[in-house]
Design a protein around this ligand. Structure first.
Ligand SMILES: Nc1ncnc2c1ncn2[C@@H]1O[C@H](COP(=O)(O)OP(=O)(O)OP(=O)(O)O)[C@@H](O)[C@H]1O
Ligand SMILES: [Mg+2]
Length: 263
């Protein structure tokens, strides 16, 4: 059933998905409204990155049931680039290195494609450089990174900052950040979190995937979900993340898992 709710940005309904016929997602339900920040936590291998890749249209995953509605429309038949142009941005857990493509060129092409899609004029090199210099400030990144090949030889933390730079340029409606905090030193974590906080507004929404409650001290989520074996099995507020830090995931005994809302 497709719900019509104008403030809903993303509605995932009973989503099941497989890789090479192996079921990974086993009935995910998630509703994200404009202005909200959601966090997903959960054990390694529970399906968090799979969910993020399916939302962004990664071709390796077969959706076997359910719906993904973005701004009132099913996106399951849409190509990844169409989804990106429509405002879905995924910061990868493991950002790809693309030798031979300069970071600056990549950002300009992506930005201008998004301008074109919105019916706006493309920015020339000079105007784009002005824009990017403002955005570099958000992530406190050295401009020297713009002339390097995309992510090639970047340290783990530099790749993550670069993902936020891309997001700052593209200003997505739905930003999905898969372990944006992994590999960041304490200062970089603050900078990246501040960057995300500067990009939030009442018309967009963010989905953060993280293992650590610490990130959520900097980016305050409205909801925290726990994923277990391909499903969201528990939803709460940011206190849930604090509890998990203490308790771990052992309480998720398979046969007893049902949907529990604790807020
Ligand atoms: N392309 C693939 N081929 C085979 N198995 C896959 C593929 N993608 C995901 N899986 C499997 O699906 C399960 C879920 O993986 P996923 O990457 O979504 O987990 P995760 O919750 O993001 O874990 P982590 O916290 O370690 O990042 C894992 O068992 C993984 O091995
Ligand atoms: Mg993952």
């Amino acid at each position: 059933m497709i719900k019509d709710n104008s403030s809903t940005i993303l509605s995932i309904q009973n989503l099941t998905a497989a890789v090479d016929d192996i079921p990974i997602l086993k009935g995910v339900n998630l509703e994200i409204k404009a202005g909200e920040i959601h966090a997903i936590m959960g054990r390694n291998g529970s399906g968090k990155s799979t969910l993020s890749k399916i939302i962004s249209g990664h071709p390796a995953y077969q959706v076997t049931g359910g719906e993904v509605i973005y701004k009132g429309e099913s996106i399951l038949e849409k190509e990844p680039d169409e989804r990106a142009l429509a405002g879905i941005f995924l910061a990868f857990q493991y950002p790809l290195e693309i030798p031979g493509v300069s970071n600056l060129d990549f950002l300009r092409v992506a930005y201008n494609a998004s301008r074109k899609y919105k019916g706006l004029e493309e920015l020339d090199t000079f105007d784009f450089e002005d824009l990017i210099n403002q955005k570099l400030d958000i992530v406190q990144m050295n401009p020297a990174f713009l002339d390097r090949s995309l992510n090639e030889g970047f340290s783990g933390g530099e790749k993550k900052r670069n993902e936020i730079l891309q997001m700052a340029i593209l200003e997505p409606t739905l930003g999905i950040l898969d372990e944006i905090d992994s590999g960041l030193d304490i200062d970089a974590l603050r900078i990246v979190a501040n960057g995300v906080n500067q990009l939030t507004n009442s018309e967009n929404a963010f989905l953060l995937i993280t293992h650590y409650q610490r990130l959520l001290n900097y980016i305050e989520p409205d909801y925290v979900h726990v994923m277990y074996d391909g499903k969201i099995v528990k939803t709460g507020n940011k206190e849930l993340a604090v509890e998990l830090e203490g308790s771990g995931y052992d309480f998720l005994v398979p046969q007893e898992v049902g949907l529990e809302v604790v807020i």
